[in-house]
Design a protein around this ligand. Structure first.
Ligand SMILES: Nc1nc2c(c(=O)[nH]1)N[C@H]1C(S)=C(S)[C@@H](COP(=O)(O)OP(=O)(O)OC[C@H]3O[C@@H](n4cnc5c(N)ncnc54)[C@H](O)[C@@H]3O)O[C@H]1N2
Ligand code: MOO
Length: 582
């Protein structure tokens, strides 16, 4: 049966809502499997349908012909979602947006099964484990509407099972499993086949970011949260200022002057019970909270004192130097968004807002691995050995990328080395491996990733240097960045890829790229993106080095960034710059 022609009178409802709690609260329909969003996989199955409704949060990128609705309240469950879609056709296909292996043929098979049994009201798919996939079904529209109507307005939280009609057919559909857990997702991704050759470094970092699931949320003291990512908006607990206080050294006054000066002096931190009566004033220091009865603060420069009398000076502006309660913010004010990086400003703002503890993810804990039999860290070099010029500086680069180095290993080129390493580093969030990516005689990384059941996300990247890099995800969620051994290649690719791993695993909103104008782009561009040391000229434009030796980092001395120069870039092109640690 031709799936497309069979769908002309059919309506489709795709249930695509909710944050998947078992996956760390991600937008599950937006997760990719096989390089495609789960939602797009579902949409591709029903492309010929007369009407398509997607139930879930509004998505800007969907075809305007697709109807978008949301169940109320959001997250009220699948029955509420179907009720919100309110299907009205004779035949209705329902699909969840978490079925990585669903195809148009499967949808056609369900419709066919319904067709061949006139007594049945619906046809449901049954997966390999014999489980009914309630949301992979074909319905007679009136029967579905009647079942939903049976609940009245009481649809929230109803399980799909409650919707089951008296007469239905079950259709075994091999390979149809949903993705409820990180393990389901990982299996689906591995089964879909391994990594891509990324077209450029930007695609490579996007792919690895989208392949990672966020770490668990931790609650930490605000003062100790630097280097993490906000897992929830940072909301002020107290107004700032919490009490009205003086912005200047001067006088707290009550009513219009002139005023009688009281002997008390109000200092910051002072908690005495001073009260001003109308016509009175008292000396006050910057930061001190206002005495009761005060209506304004007048700064020293604007007044004169004569005996016990205080007067405004003529020709001075009549200005109130009080900082009112809540002048900067009220309790509940959002200081920073979920996904914001927690830098010193966020920590400090949390303290100002009286937020003692915040919910965060990260910092990303990284284990650093230097590989190769020839690499020597300590002692005199023997013939054939290479000085480890990377191990001692890698932690600095890792920190510069926003992650935390927590351990390091020098791995020899033995057959089981990486297998043992993967088994021994289960408490970290990511591994950064230098060398052993090439797939040559001594390179064990790719084989070990395969044996570990890793999902290889990026097989190689079209860029120079750095083409041989590999990026993968282990079954437990750890990211593995395999960097080419040549030092310049290793550190340039680290600067591209590790921040994306931080984004993916901590839920950080990817920062906008840092851009600069490249004066000599035509001189250095090539047939693929080049990663080249760059420095800024006095006119603000950037200059790249062309002939860069990759076996040492001497070429980075005096350089402030690595430029990503795309093919065919012309002089004056605006390119991305990856700042180098100083
Ligand atoms: N047949 C081909 N062979 C190679 C190609 C190729 O396209 N075809 N590309 C070359 C390039 S470019 C690179 S980069 C490397 C990538 O391979 P690996 O990631 O397996 O790197 P290694 O072979 O382990 O090391 C490469 C080079 O770097 C030196 N190295 C490694 N670690 C350190 C360190 N910690 N300190 C100093 N130097 C280090 C290592 O001794 C090698 O000389 O593949 C090429 N081959
Ligand atoms: O791949 Mo190598 O990274 O060109 O130096």
């Amino acid at each position: 049966m031709n799936a497309m022609s069979a769908l002309t009178g059919v309506e489709a409802v795709i249930v695509a809502g909710g944050r998947a709690t078992r996956m760390g609260g991600v937008d599950k329909p937006a997760l990719t499997v096989g390089g495609r969003r789960l939602l797009d996989t579902a949409l591709a199955c029903v492309a010929g349908c007369a009407r398509i409704t997607v139930v879930g949060p509004w998505r800007n990128d969907l075809d305007p012909a697709i109807v978008q609705v949301q169940e109320t309240p959001a997250g009220a469950g699948p029955v509420a979602a179907l009720a919100a879609a309110d299907p009205a056709s004779d035949a209705v296909v329902t699909l969840a947006a978490d079925l990585p292996f669903v195809t148009a043929d499967i949808v056609a098979t369900l419709l066919e099964a319904l067709d061949t049994d006139p007594a049945a009201d619906a046809a449901f798919a049954v997966d390999d484990d014999g489980r009914m996939q309630y949301l992979l079904a074909a319905w007679r529209g009136p029967a579905l509407s009647a079942r939903i109507a049976g609940f009245g307005t009481d649809v929230a939280g109803r399980p799909m099972k409650a919707l089951l009609p008296d007469r239905y057919v079950s259709v075994p559909v091999p390979g149809t499993t949903d993705c409820d857990t990180p393990a389901d997702l990982h299996r689906a991704r591995v089964a879909h086949g391994s990594g891509r050759i990324a077209a450029d470094p930007d695609e490579a970092r996007t792919l690895i970011r989208e392949a990672l699931l966020p770490l668990p949320v931790r609650r930490v003291p605000a003062a100790a949260a630097e280097g993490t990512t906000l897992a929830a908006p940072l909301v002020a607990a107290e107004a700032l200022p919490a009490v009205p206080s003086s912005a200047m050294d001067g006088y707290a006054v009550a009513g219009r002057g002139p005023w009688t000066l009281r002997p008390e002096v109000r200092r910051a931190g002072d908690r005495s019970g001073l009260t001003l009566l109308d016509g009175e004033a008292a000396r006050i220091a910057t930061g001190a909270h206002l005495p009761a009865g005060a209506t304004a603060v007048v700064r020293d420069e604007f007044v004169e004192v004569e005996g016990h009398t205080l007067r405004r000076l003529p020709q001075c502006p009549v200005r109130d130097d009080t900082r009112r309660r809540g002048e900067d913010w009220e309790p509940g004010f959002v200081l920073a968004a979920r996904g914001d990086h927690v830098g010193p400003a966020v920590v400090s703002a949390a303290l100002s807002g009286e937020v003692a503890e915040i919910d965060v993810r990260g910092p990303l804990r990284v284990h650093v691995v230097v590989s190769g039999d020839e690499i020597l860290r300590h002692g005199p070099l023997q013939v054939g050995q290479t000085r480890d010029s990377q191990g001692p500086v890698l932690p600095r680069f890792v920190r510069w990328c926003g992650a935390e180095p927590v351990g390091e290993t020098h791995l020899r080129d033995t057959p089981g080395g990486f297998d043992a390493l993967f088994a021994e580093t289960t408490t970290v969030d990511a591994l950064v491996v230098v060398g052993a990516t090439g797939g040559g005689a001594a390179d064990q990384l790719r084989g070990a990733l395969d044996r570990a059941g890793a999902h290889v996300v990026v097989e190689r990247v079209r860029c120079k240097p750095g083409g041989s890099q590999v990026a993968a995800v282990l079954p437990d969620g750890r990211a593995v960045l395999g960097l080419p051994g040549n030092p310049v290649a290793a550190l340039s690719t680290l600067l591209v890829m590790l921040p994306a791993v931080v984004d993916g695993r901590t839920g950080r909103t990817p920062p906008l790229p840092f851009l600069g104008t490249l004066a000599n782009a035509s001189e250095v561009e090539g047939d693929r993106t080049r990663l080249l040391p760059a420095r800024q000229r006095s006119d603000g434009q950037w200059l790249c080095d062309n002939a860069v030796r990759t076996a040492h980092l001497a070429g980075l001395i005096g350089r402030t960034a690595i430029a990503l120069v795309p093919p065919r870039a012309t002089d004056g092109a605006v390119v991305e710059l990856l700042p180098l640690p100083r």
